[in-house]
Design a protein around this ligand. Structure first.
Ligand SMILES: [Zn+2]
Length: 150
């Protein structure tokens, strides 16, 4: 299931990434699948938008979580494409780009508040732009990697 979704989501995330706007040319694209209560699959996309440093972060993942919340969908998998980056929250340097500390905080809030948008089992697949390195983690594993609790 995840493999089939991945085949469709990865090129979609790569396409959406081209619409990213970033003052430091740090472009991130993401595509996700979520399911509504009636079992319908919904696709969500996002690309980071930040024209300068003084603007608040508007990550690809944030846009996807907002849209999924509006659609009352539970995210099964989020595919993220971007260059790896030092994590400002944990100080770690993952092999691929992970959702940032602010996005992880939003994920935790969804889990703690039981919104259903994100679960500990939601899969995060992060891919380098050249597609040579890919990581697949659950949200639970992602938090653990960064030394954060759910
Ligand atoms: Zn973020």
């Amino acid at each position: 299931m995840v493999d089939a979704m991945l085949e469709k989501l990865r090129p979609l995330a790569a396409r959406v990434r081209q619409t990213a706007i970033c003052y430091r040319n740090f472009k991130v694209g993401a595509a996700a699948v979520g399911f509504t209560a009636d079992g319908m699959a919904r696709v969500f996309v996002g690309a980071n938008k930040r024209v300068d440093k003084t603007h608040p972060k508007n990550c690809a993942e944030m846009q996807i979580m907002r849209a999924a919340k509006t659609a009352k969908a539970q995210l099964a998998v989020i595919v993220i494409i971007g260059k790896r980056n030092l994590d400002n929250g944990s100080g770690k340097m993952p092999r691929t780009l992970h959702p940032c500390d602010k996005c992880r905080a939003i994920m935790r809030r969804h889990i703690r508040q039981g919104t259903g948008v994100i679960t500990p089992k939601t899969k995060i697949v992060s891919v380098r732009p050249a597609c040579d390195v890919m990581e697949e983690l659950t949200v639970e594993e992602l938090m653990k990697y960064h030394g954060e609790s759910l």
